[in-house]
Design a protein around this ligand. Structure first.
Ligand code: 8YV
Length: 321
């Protein structure tokens, strides 16, 4: 037969993914979890036909332009594509594909965990007991925000936003959403559409962010929009840190304007804005929305499905550029 395509893996992916990749490709692997820089990536890509990257590997225009001509495809182990300069990829004729669909439920689960954890002060309680500071139950101890029956506003009603809505239905929440396009009525499942996101904020006891990071959504949740939220609202973000203006969110958590925030994503990950760490009313996770055994395997398999299609001369099912 023909030679196997050469695939550069920027990370050590789950075992089942590595095994399948090694069967179908000549693989070049990053042996540790340290991310490659641009120059290192260009050097290591010499002789590669394709690359498998993840969402925390930056793939800017200078990297794409510096790649050898042999690299024809970049598959990303993520649904987000904000780390890749898609225009530069298109210009250079590099195909890009992502992994939509397979991480929907795992991410919505984490969004709901953050909603509950932030509202019910789970992190504060956990620290209290773990640090042996709990001196007994009291009627007003760690009283949080009631969840059941409250209003949830969802920004971005794609797959993950819709999965969040389904979870919220189980908690009898009144669900509101903003999306660029209104969903067909049969997919809305009772959720109330707001063409104007700013207007939706006024009723949001809870706000959960599920929009893609784009230049237009950068620092979408800013001081002006936070001011529109009811006092004591709770904010959840499992999308991208760049959608939130950290300074504004920290100020609102500090002043008590907002009751709490549950965050899985941060601007400048893995660095945490020091303002968050000192605030008791934050429930923080290290970007683990998609981190389940079956989801991470499925993400890798989906990325490989796209690579396989490309190298078999077929259209990659999840092509984004
Ligand atoms: C990943 C993600 O955990 O899919 C995305 O866009 O952010 C997460 O699922 C991570 O970024 C790995 O690529």
């Amino acid at each position: 037969g023909t030679r196997k395509p050469v695939l550069l893996l920027t990370r050590r992916y789950p075992d089942a993914v590595m095994a399948r990749a090694a069967g179908d490709y000549e693989i070049m692997t990053n042996e540790d979890d340290h991310p490659y820089g641009v120059d290192e990536m260009i050097r290591l890509a010499q002789g590669a036909d394709a690359m498998l990257v993840c969402a925390v590997d930056q793939v800017p225009a200078d990297l794409i332009r510096g790649l050898p001509d042999s690299v024809r495809m970049i598959a990303t182990f993520s649904v987000g594509t904000d780390h890749i300069d898609l225009a530069a990829a298109k210009e250079r004729g590099v195909t890009v594909a992502n992994t939509p669909g397979v991480l929907t439920d795992a991410t919505a689960d984490i969004a709901f965990l953050l909603l509950l954890g932030a509202a019910r002060r789970a992190a504060e309680g956990e620290r209290l007991i773990r640090e042996h500071r709990w001196d007994g139950w009291a009627p007003t101890q760690l009283v949080g925000v009631h969840v059941t029956g409250k209003r949830l506003a969802i920004l971005g009603m794609g797959r993950i936003g819709q999965a969040m809505a389904r979870r919220a239905q189980g908690f009898d929440m009144e669900i509101h959403y903003h999306n660029r396009r209104r969903l067909p009525a049969d997919q809305e499942a009772g959720a109330i559409y707001h063409a104007d996101a700013d207007e939706m904020l006024g009723i949001a006891d809870f706000l959960s962010i599920h929009s893609p990071a784009t230049p237009e959504t950068r620092h979408w949740l800013n001081a002006g929009r936070i001011a529109r939220l009811p006092d004591g609202a709770v904010v959840v973000n499992t999308a991208r840190g760049t959608l939130v203006d950290d300074e504004a969110l920290i100020a609102a958590l500090r002043s008590g304007k907002l009751a709490a925030a549950g965050l899985d994503v941060f601007e400048n990950e893995p660095k945490l804005h020091p303002g968050y760490a000192g605030l008791p009313n934050t429930f923080l996770l290290p970007h683990l929305g998609s981190a389940t055994d079956q989801t991470r395997d499925a993400m890798g398999f989906k990325a490989l499905d796209n690579l396989d299609a490309f190298f078999a001369g077929r259209e990659p099912p999840d092509r984004v550029a």
